[in-house]
Design a protein. Structure first.
Length: 416
């Protein structure tokens, strides 16, 4: 049966957005053959070298009172360097390069310009290119900071041959900090957060060997990394709402906020009474307090960077916000770092900037649209993206009650 509406299915022809009319077209397709002919043989051998680049020829024209201006715009688009988007009346959107254009005018046709256009299919360069894995660099420098930070704590922390109150103050300080970290982690991974209870119970014995404490604390964060990775993999298979995307970005920020709270209580004793005499034990208490706060704050900064690397964020604002907060925290930490940890913090800062900036470059931005009338979600999706299959995305992002009735209100949609 002949489709009588075939003309309505044709696309308006354009190249790089400049419209024109088409009389006829032809397309050449085939395979690239290398024919081998040998002396004294009647048969040749054709070697298949792959698919040949498609070649499209169009007979096009422009007319009207401003046909010269239309012609000039089309010529500029045809002569522009590189590939462009061709909307073919029969084949739709294609990425092509112009190989030839011939323009003719005829006196008896009046204000008409005719074109013979030849387009070639654009392929992809098969040459290997080197690229930097910014995510792996970030993870490497975060681990490097964790190791150097632990070694810095081992060298600076000391409760041996000190009065009992020095050890008790250190236990109290670490216990208080651990409670803050546990409260922050509990909303993301309760199982890993519960491991802090074991550290708190074994803390008096762990402090006798500082390396045992650093290993125990880093093991908890390693468990959190495994749980976060599994959560990210589960979220990547579903279409998250804007609320879930924003929640994913809170994990690295939560670590930073906890770490900032540690810096508020540094050297409170000396700040309160700078001229008061202090015993050797009190000096050790303040020194250990600074060491504990520095160690846990820098550990949280490293874990914030790791969480940012694993963050399944799909929105440009989320990634930009995390990058800004992380860089600010690193900038504030570097002036009070030791020589050993300063270089590690500086390298981590560079990696954070490069990785999050590279990953945010192609993320979608959030925009708002308002339907003119109550409309089904499939219509909104097609009008916005020319893809009705994204209707569920609009429904989930805006918590709509029914996909068939989208109200006349501002809707949050992705830019692409």
């Amino acid at each position: 049966m002949v489709d009588t509406n075939w003309r309505e299915k044709l696309h308006p022809a354009t190249f790089r957005g400049v419209p024109f009319l088409v009389d006829s077209d032809d397309m050449q397709v085939g395979r690239r053959l290398q024919v081998h002919e040998y002396p004294k043989r009647d048969q040749s051998f054709a070697e298949d070298m792959g698919k040949a680049a498609r070649e499209i020829n169009l007979v096009a024209w422009l007319s009207g009172a401003d046909f010269m201006a239309q012609r000039d715009r089309l010529l500029l688009a045809l002569e522009e360097k590189g590939a462009g988007t061709l909307i073919h009346p029969w084949y739709g959107q294609l990425t092509m390069m112009v190989s030839m254009c011939r323009v003719t005018h005829q006196w008896d046709e009046g204000p008409v310009a005719r074109f013979q256009l030849q387009f070639r299919e654009v392929g992809h360069s098969a040459s290997p290119t080197a690229s930097v894995n910014t995510k792996q660099q970030l993870l490497h420098h975060a681990d490097q900071l964790t190791k150097l930070n632990a070694q810095d704590f081992i060298d600076r922390f000391d409760v041996k041959k000190q009065p009992d109150f020095v050890r008790d103050e250190a236990v109290h300080r670490i216990t208080k900090n651990i409670k803050l970290v546990k409260a922050g982690m509990n909303q993301f991974d309760p199982d890993s957060a519960a491991l802090f209870d074991r550290i708190s119970k074994e803390l008096p014995s762990l402090l006798g060997i500082p390396s045992s404490f650093t290993e125990a604390l880093n093991d908890v964060f390693l468990s959190f990394r495994v749980g976060s990775k599994a959560l990210a993999q589960r979220q990547s298979t579903a279409t998250p709402s804007f609320a879930k995307m924003a929640f994913a970005a809170q994990s690295p920020l939560a670590f930073l906020k906890i770490g900032q709270s540690f810096s508020d209580g540094i050297s409170t004793v000396s700040a309160a009474k700078p001229s008061t005499y202090r015993s050797v034990g009190q000096v050790h208490v303040e020194k250990n307090a600074r060491t504990i706060d520095d160690f846990m704050r820098r550990t949280l900064i490293a874990e914030s960077a790791v969480a940012a690397a694993a963050m399944p964020a799909q929105l440009h604002p989320d990634m930009t916000m995390v990058r800004k907060e992380l860089l600010q925290a690193l900038d504030q930490e570097m002036p009070r770092a030791t020589d050993r940890t300063f270089l590690a913090l500086n390298k981590l800062r560079t990696s954070v900037h490069h990785d999050l900036k590279a990953r945010s470059r192609y993320l979608a931005r959030v925009e708002t649209v308002t339907p003119k009338e109550i409309t089904p979600a499939v219509v909104v999706a097609y009008d916005r993206y020319e893809d009705a299959r994204r209707a569920n995305e609009i429904v989930m992002h805006n918590n709509l009650r029914h996909p068939g009735f989208v109200p006349v209100t501002q809707l949050k949609v992705l830019s692409a």
